[in-house]
Ligand binder design. Structure first.
Ligand SMILES: [Fe+2]
Ligand SMILES: [Fe+2]
Length: 282
């Protein structure tokens, strides 16, 4: 199913501003989440709820990242790094606010998830921020960001949003573009402050488990409420997404493993082409 295009060149959902990884300035946004159907991606429950599951927890993840990175800003002794990191923090703040707005739409669509979000906020604010050292928080953020970069690359390269509702396509294109624009920065921030290998590995492992865990919990929560958990179509769509058509699991594993090598260095430049392509089509 194709949806009528809700945006125009004069009134786009996000600002058409070319990539500039040296600044990472946030783009202006204008998302109008009116009349979004429950299954907004090709009537596909598995794919729609993959994105919706991320949407649920992104305000909690991104709020944590903003607070923890702001806290560590005085440790940056290099203006070449400080400038894009400040932009990166602003981008994540805008992402969190925008996904918060869409969570209200999910609530209006009768999904129940407030308890899950309260648990997530408790985990970040009362546990991780209180008991992890500021450096370990940065290592965790570098792990989250490694995952969001990989997922943004898969989403943009695969064109999996092509048949999505236009506003939702724009939402995830915009977020993926900015994730690629600021990719590698959290890693550079961590290495600048503390370059011990074990810390990066521990943050990478914990960050990966938390991102994957959040997506699985969110998907199960939403798919159960759609009563499509046991449907054959959902099962087939899930297999296509994870293994056969979009190959989400093998591609994630392939791109995740290098992060744990001793001499890892982010190769963001190789990804810019996928983000730049988005601006040619809006
Ligand atoms: Fe983000
Ligand atoms: Fe990010």
């Amino acid at each position: 199913m194709r949806f009528a295009d809700a945006t125009t060149a004069d009134f786009p959902s996000f600002e058409n501003k070319p990539l500039n990884p040296n600044l990472c300035e946030p783009r202006k946004v204008n998302f109008q989440f009116d009349n979004i159907p429950k299954l907004w991606l090709n009537n596909n429950s598995a794919l729609t709820h993959f994105f919706n599951a991320m949407n649920l927890f992104l305000p909690a993840f991104e709020g944590f990242m903003v607070r923890a990175m702001k806290n560590q800003l005085p440790c940056i002794k290099n203006t070449e790094l400080e400038l894009p990191i400040r932009g990166f923090i602003k981008q994540e703040a805008t992402h969190g606010q925008t996904h918060q707005k869409y969570n209200k739409i999910l609530e209006d669509q009768s999904y129940k998830f407030k308890t899950a979000l309260k648990i997530a906020d408790f985990l970040f604010i009362e546990v991780l921020e209180k008991y992890l050292s500021p450096k370990m928080c940065l290592a965790l953020i570098a792990g989250f960001e490694n995952m969001t970069t990989i997922m943004s690359y898969i989403v943009l390269k695969s064109n999996m949003l092509v048949t999505a509702h236009p506003t939702m396509r724009s939402l995830w294109q915009w977020h993926s573009v900015e994730e690629i624009e600021h990719s590698g920065l959290a890693f550079k921030f961590l290495i600048h402050v503390d370059n011990r290998y074990w810390m990066r590995v521990l943050g990478g492992l914990l960050g990966t488990v938390m991102v994957v865990g959040g997506i699985i919990i969110g998907m199960v929560l939403l798919i159960i409420q759609d009563q499509s958990l046991t449907s054959k179509k959902t099962f087939n769509d899930l297999i296509k997404f994870l293994f056969t058509e979009y190959k989400f699991i093998p591609l994630t594993l392939k791109n995740l493993i290098p992060y744990f090598q001793v001499n890892f260095s982010p190769q963001s430049e190789n990804l810019y082409q996928y983000a730049e392509k988005v601006f040619l089509n809006i």
